[in-house]
Design a protein around this ligand. Sequence first.
Ligand code: NAP
Length: 289
Amino acid sequence: MNIIDGKLLAANLRAEIAEGVAALKAEKGVQPGLAVILVGDNPASVSYVTAKEKACTEAGMYSREIRLPAETTEAELLKLVSELNADSAIHGILIQLPLPKHISEKAVINAIAPEKDVDGFTPVNVGRMLIGEDCFLPCTPHGIIKLIEFSGMDIKGKSAVVIGRSNIVGKPVAVLLSRKKTNATVTLCHTGTPDIAKFTREADIVVVAAGRPGTLTGDMLKPGAVVIDVGVNRISDASKPKGFRLVGDADFESCSQVAGAITPVPGGVGPMTITMLLWNTLESAKRGV
Ligand code: NAP
């Protein structure tokens, strides 16, 4: 059984991205710039944003951190997004979610110019992805495809099951796996699927993104399957300094005995999400926004 090392793949890709950034600076005098907006001080969001800024700087990109108080109004945020849309030093705009309840996430995301939407969340990018046009692919789903390829599996002709149908993970993963380029046959499972194991037992690839520990267990897998565990769940654990540990949606112990390859949590999908954000920011700068 192979543990798919997301940290290693991320480090390899980040080194390639840093080379691309250096080449763009040398040839065109352009430094890719990412604006990261955080509203409020949700501890998980603060740590995600800090990691994104650090990765951006390490790749040689310009990172503009914009940290706003929780009382920021929707109108103020929309004005800021509009200014960043027009700012030629900024090639990508990222708004850390969730936003405070009084701000419409939909309104703010929709205000990002599609050519700076490096998260791939705007309806224009999602639509372009669906119809196979050039676009920014959403970061976590794109990273998942890279991880499956990195496991050594040739996706073409394989049968894949995706558990979870969120707009940011499950649905786009199903779309990407079923593109002609990857050519998998995909089944999308969710809480309305009566017997998920019936599908997973036939699958060569299982992507689990349910946000529930133990959603996938070894007895649900076909021997040799590739398992991508997207879930990040906090489990109370008094023996840990922070009082919790992170687990995925797959029961690692039983799944790793049956799977051919599996991503760990942490160290699997997580590092790839930020990497694909850097990827999209470099692409945006190359397009000469
Ligand atoms: P979400 O919006 O809560 O969606 C969860 C999906 O899973 C829903 O479609 C839900 O079905 C389905 N589901 C929940 N429990 C299920 C069950 N027992 N059986 C079958 N389907 C079930 O979550 P998300 O945003 O997609 O995130 C999923 C997980 O991935 C979370 O743990 C999140 O923290 C993690 N995540 C990690 C990264 C990363 O970079 N590592 C990035 C994004 C998300 P219904 O639609 O029927 O309710």
